[in-house]
Write a protein that binds this ligand. Sequence first.
Ligand code: DGL
Length: 288
Amino acid sequence: MFTHSDLTTAIQAGFHALLIMEAGNRPIGIFDSGVGGLTVAHAIRQNLPGERIVYFGDTAHLPYGDKSEEAIRSYSGRITRFLLEHDAKLVLIACNSASASAYESLEAEYRDRVLILDVINPVVKYVASRNYRRIGVIGTKRTISSGTYEKKIGAASPSTELASMATPLLVPMIEEGFIFDDISNAIIRTYLSDARLADISALILGCTHYPIIKNQISKFFNFDVEIIDSGRLVAGLLRETLEKNDLLNRNGSGEDLFFVSDYTDYFEKIARMFFESNINLQKADIWH
Ligand code: DGL
């Protein structure tokens, strides 16, 4: 025979399980200045196929790499609110420039409402688990001048020497669709032959746009240098975080949503390349 208290406990447990299921069904909010974050979103789709994604590409403000820290913080705050309006259970800053400029401030402001992850900390954690002597990082002017990789790797892996270099032409080059041609080859070769990158055993792609040209970068180094791309590492940490917080989507996937602040054909083309199916792309003019 069930007692009244058994029934109450069972109802409470059922209700709790329902709440967890509902929380898990909510999407993961992901943002970047443009198509770069799609490389991370794609890794998440492959590693966590049950999760739903709401993506925001701030194409109206692209590139972030030459904006001030204050500007990037303010864009990131507004985008985080937009993702919360879309019921995000976690916000992933899929942009190194925004991770370097805004992660701490977003964490401080939104920690009570939503989980926040960035793309730099998972890479730092990975580097600390390897025993590299000398590695390189390339990224936007904002990311490199912030010194975030130096500070974090210096603290987590003090014996690793880090050579950092800004490669500001790569984002506009990729966003303009110059990927497999003479222009992209010449730019990639000019940057990567810099003496600062001599004698490295690994190179961190410190910008989420760069995995799009990962093969060309590997080829430049004769496939001899490990290319560290944050996608898989971020997906791993995301899974751990969702599991720890009982937020994994156990119900299978729903529809992914993609928003841009300014519509470009190129965004749609790259999004279709990564997500194959007919993606649901909308313009969200959140700046007016
Ligand atoms: N994908 C970005 C990053 O990781 C943005 C680059 C940009 O807009 O300049 O830094």
